[in-house]
Design a binder for this molecule. Structure first.
Ligand SMILES: NC(=O)c1ccc[n+]([C@@H]2O[C@H](COP(=O)([O-])OP(=O)(O)OC[C@H]3O[C@@H](n4cnc5c(N)ncnc54)[C@H](O)[C@@H]3O)[C@@H](O)[C@H]2O)c1
Length: 337
């Protein structure tokens, strides 16, 4: 099949390489707003698959592609997603849908009816550990959950220009935790209490964002979840989801590469080298989600993360942002449009 890819920055270039290793993808047409970026990625992939560089998004969308992967900056998602849907294409769009929940909701209304042909990029839904944690909970063997701990700690902040268009840490980073909690438990979040701090570089505060955040979620069955995020976890990239139940407890992301030292005498776990990039930690999950997308393009399956599904996490991120700014718990139904 012939696919398009718009935006070949950090994740877009990585997706291009992943797509080049998926057999069903014969030709990839790429475009980026920054001159030279698409040609540079094309040069790296030469010989791995047929690769074309389009002059712009319009040229890409009319180049005979069957589907498109949108990996451009967050503020470009709504326009690109609408254009791809108008062109009648199957679409994979990176998270989040938009820099604000109101914009995401407008977008969701506009693309309603196209739902099963749009997949939003939440790779934890395709990660073996997260899948197993979900199955363990679904099987009943954990009993009822009393506590969930969800952790996403980045080793270092992304570039300033990236952060400036994300809509803040809750929409950019914590939204992965919010989505994973919803997906693994099958429950919705009813209330959010968030706080944050700025102990790192000053430019994050200047952009109106925090570098570290803690969020307490109350789910609709009363389960409490604690979400922890930072841009400054020097020891490595730490992504974990702990499910603690009345009968048993289980964690995704708890392996030898966990970036945490034990203070206990004689304990050597974890002994591996921590990941420093989300691309390494989730390489298999990124491949699995893009493989699933090629099946959506081919009409062999429907999207496993639709816009209607993804919009719920945007409301949680919106509630968390409001909670941080107003210093109080916020009910999600008070922000939902
Ligand atoms: N699912 C994940 O785990 C994950 C991980 C990283 C990033 N992301 C998401 O992917 C998106 C991109 O992140 P990144 O880290 O690659 O950012 P980046 O800043 O490295 O790259 C963004 C690219 O988009 C291009 N771009 C911007 N507007 C465009 C437009 N209108 N048309 C074409 N190209 C355009 C820029 O020139 C740049 O090359 C963000 O929305 C981010 O939230 C998701």
């Amino acid at each position: 099949m012939k696919l398009g890819l718009v935006g070949v920055g950090r994740i877009g270039a990585f997706h291009a390489e992943t797509l080049s290793r998926i057999e069903a993808v014969e030709t990839l047409v790429i475009a980026d707003a920054q001159p030279g970026r698409a040609s540079a990625v094309a040069a790296e992939l030469k010989g791995k698959l047929n690769i074309e560089v389009a002059e712009g998004t319009e040229a890409l969308l009319t180049s005979g592609i069957a589907g498109v992967v949108i990996a451009a900056a967050t503020d470009a998602h709504p326009t690109l997603l609408r254009a791809a849907v108008d062109a009648g294409l199957a679409v994979f769009c990176e998270k989040p849908l938009a820099p604000s929940a109101a914009e995401a909701a407008r977008l969701a209304r506009d693309v309603e009816g196209h739902g099963e042909r749009i997949q939003i990029g939440y790779p934890r839904r395709f990660d073996a550990g997260f899948v197993m944690a979900r199955e363990a909970l679904g099987s009943g063997r954990l009993g009822w959950l009393h506590s969930i701990y969800s952790t996403t700690l980045d080793p270092a902040p992304p570039p300033r220009d990236y952060v400036a268009v994300t809509g803040g840490i809750f929409r950019d980073c914590s939204i992965h935790d919010f989505d994973a909690i919803r997906w693994v438990t099958g429950r919705e979040v009813v209330e959010v209490y968030a706080t944050g701090s700025n102990r790192g570089e000053e430019w994050i505060r200047e952009l109106g964002d925090v570098d570290t955040a803690a969020t307490i979620l109350t789910l609709d069955d009363g389960t409490l979840a604690v979400v922890s995020n930072t841009r400054y976890n020097a020891r490595g990239y730490d992504v974990r989801l702990e499910l603690h139940g009345s009968e048993d407890s289980i964690a995704a992301g708890l392996d030898d590469r966990l970036p945490l030292g034990s203070a206990e005498p004689g304990v050597t776990f974890p002994a591996g080298t921590p990941h420093h990039f989300f691309m390494d930690a989730f390489a298999d999950a990124f491949r699995a989600e893009l493989l699933a997308f090629t099946e959506v393009v081919a009409g062999e399956q429907t999207s496993r993360c639709t816009v209607a599904d993804a919009i719920e996490s945007e409301w949680v991120a919106e509630a968390a942002t409001l909670s941080l700014h107003e210093g109080r718990p916020v009910r999600v139904d008070k922000v939902r449009g």
